[in-house]
Structure formats: structure tokens, C-alpha cells
Ligand binder design. Structure first.
Ligand SMILES: [Zn+2]
Ligand SMILES: [Zn+2]
Length: 114
């Protein structure tokens, strides 16, 4: 066992840094590998706010707090987490705190202030 081969993801694809791949963002063909360095959420598999996709640096450039760590995630998960924090702030206090610190008081975006 090692990090080169880590089994398969939910779509049956081999994962681990030994497996070269292209970015999972639709239409992006950047060359990556399926190691944790490119994993949404910084680890294999799904977590509360990450999918089990693998993305190039351009498409994994958002950050969220997951289980006490600040990790890189894809745009889709970031958008979902933010939508949840806006809709249910009392249930998503960690996210709300993170967005306030990271993006300032206007983190909900201009639409939300109208
Ligand atoms: Zn994701
Ligand atoms: Zn990409």
C-alpha cells in the first residue's frame, strides 16, 4: 500500500498519484493525476463539502473549512456550501465565520444585499 494506488473512486476510476488523468471540470483537459494534491477537498472520496472529483489548480482554486482544515475544493462545491450558508446560517456557523473572515462582510454577494 502507498499513495500511488488508492483503489477506485465512486465512478470506478483508479485513484492515487500514479494514475494520470485530465481535470474533471467540464471541458478542461489539463493534465493532472488522481492523487490527493488534485483531489477536491484535499482527500479521496466525498466529504461534507467536497465531491470525489480531481481538478487542475485553476479549477480547484476555492477554499472551504472541512473537518477543521481549510482545503481546496472545486467551484461547484464552493457554490453549494455558500448557498447553504446563506440559506441556513444557523446550521452553517463554521462556514459563515469562514466566509466573513475570508471575503469580508459582503461575502453573500451583491444580490443578497438588495
Ligand atoms: Zn468538488
Ligand atoms: Zn481544470
Amino acid at each position: 500500500m502507498g499513495w500511488a494506488n488508492c483503489g477506485h473512486d465512486s465512478k470506478g476510476r483508479p485513484i492515487g498519484y500514479a494514475h494520470s488523468a485530465t481535470c474533471d471540470h467540464p471541458g478542461c483537459d489539463a493534465q493532472i493525476h488522481r492523487g490527493v494534491a488534485y483531489a477536491c477537498g484535499g482527500d479521496h472520496g466525498e466529504a461534507e463539502w467536497s465531491c470525489d472529483g480531481y481538478f487542475c489548480n485553476r479549477h480547484r482554486n476555492k477554499y472551504l473549512p472541512i473537518e477543521g482544515w481549510i482545503v481546496g475544493v472545486c467551484q461547484k462545491d464552493y457554490d453549494e456550501a455558500k448557498a447553504y450558508a446563506i440559506k441556513s446560517p444557523e446550521l452553517a456557523q463554521e462556514l459563515v465565520r469562514f466566509f466573513e473572515e475570508d471575503e469580508g462582510p459582503d461575502w453573500r454577494g451583491p444580490e443578497a444585499n438588495q
